[in-house]
Design a binder for this molecule. Structure first.
Ligand code: NAP
Length: 272
């Protein structure tokens, strides 16, 4: 039996990532729509989210969180202080708090709530929307193995999960949290390149995106080092090596490494 069965879930801040997680959960059948309530700040977002997701969405965090077993916090970091103030009188040691908010530590959340609540910090990414998300989970002081397993079930329904120590969460934010944006840039650039060499744009985009998907699947399924898989494409004196040399000259490797480092550094500064 699912440990989510019969649990009431409130998503506080049903924006891009909140919606992606909910869609993944609904598609996987892990929770029913009538188990979920949500909150947003504006009437336009309320109407949009309620219509798109078919759940009850309101403008009051307290109303949405009332009587819920799990509170998923998915607002921007700067909104967290006021959200936690809204929730303080509602939560108990039995309420599981799951925050997907970048930068804010479990310790800060615990102390703002002033309770011994189990708090988990999770860094998902937007491909949760299509069941291919990557979510990294870490636990606060009062969260136990059962809470981690519940989060693995919840986020596992919209992709893969990993459990890491909290000191790595900003690094995770810079890699897999922001990562889809880097890869969209790669896909866009490869598609543009296809157009440059004469391939129709729609076909070129398909070639580019499916190549990224296929290469990712090869890494995940074969568990081989990416360098070995690259060698298998690179025939001596063939064309791939010429393409690789251009990428090395353009410093693709070091540029990607620097992008993750910068984003991770910035992630550490977001929390108010
Ligand atoms: N996007 C990602 O890829 C991603 C990945 C991992 C983690 N995250 C984290 O997820 C959080 C949300 O990011 P997002 O990209 O989903 O942002 P977003 O699309 O702007 O969503 C934020 C949501 O919070 C709502 N909100 C604002 N003030 C509120 C309040 N006082 N009470 C309740 N709801 C309120 C907003 O409503 P209105 O629309 O009415 O303003 C909006 O629906 C951030 O902390 C981010 O670090 C994002």
């Amino acid at each position: 039996m699912s440990s989510l069965e019969g649990k009431r879930l409130a998503v506080l801040g049903v924006g891009k990532i909140g919606e992606a997680i909910l869609r993944g959960l609904f598609t996987a059948g892990k929770v029913k729509k009538d188990q979920v309530s949500g909150s947003v700040a504006s009437e336009s977002s309320r109407d949009r989210a309620a219509k798109k997701l078919g759940i009850k969405v309101g403008l009051s965090n307290q109303e949405a969180a009332q009587g819920c077993d799990i509170l998923l916090l998915s607002v921007k970091p700067q909104v967290m202080p006021s959200l936690l103030t809204d929730l303080k009188s509602l939560v108990s040691d039995e309420t599981l708090i799951i925050s997907v908010v970048a930068s804010m530590t479990t310790e800060k959340i615990q102390s703002a709530l002033g309770q011994n609540c189990p708090v988990l910090r999770v860094m998902p990414n937007t491909p949760c929307l299509v069941g291919e998300g990557m979510s990294v989970i870490c636990a606060g002081t009062y969260a136990n193995q059962g809470h981690i397993e519940l989060a693995q079930e919840l986020f596992g329904s919209c992709g893969k999960t990993a459990v890491l120590k909290e000191s790595l969460m900003d690094a995770v934010t810079g890699l897999s949290g922001s990562g889809p944006a880097y890869i969209y840039l790669v896909i866009e650039s490869l598609a543009e390149a296809g157009v440059k060499v004469g391939i129709p744009r729609d076909v070129s985009t398909l070639l580019s995106a499916q190549t990224v998907l296929g290469a990712s699947s090869m890494v995940l399924e074969s568990k081989a080092h990416p360098a070995l898989l690259k060698d298998a494409v690179t025939t001596p004196a063939g064309c791939t090596v010429d393409g690789l040399l251009e990428l090395e000259e353009g410093k693709l490797r070091v540029t990607l490494i620097k992008a993750v480092v910068k984003a991770a550094e910035r992630a550490a500064q977001l929390s108010p």
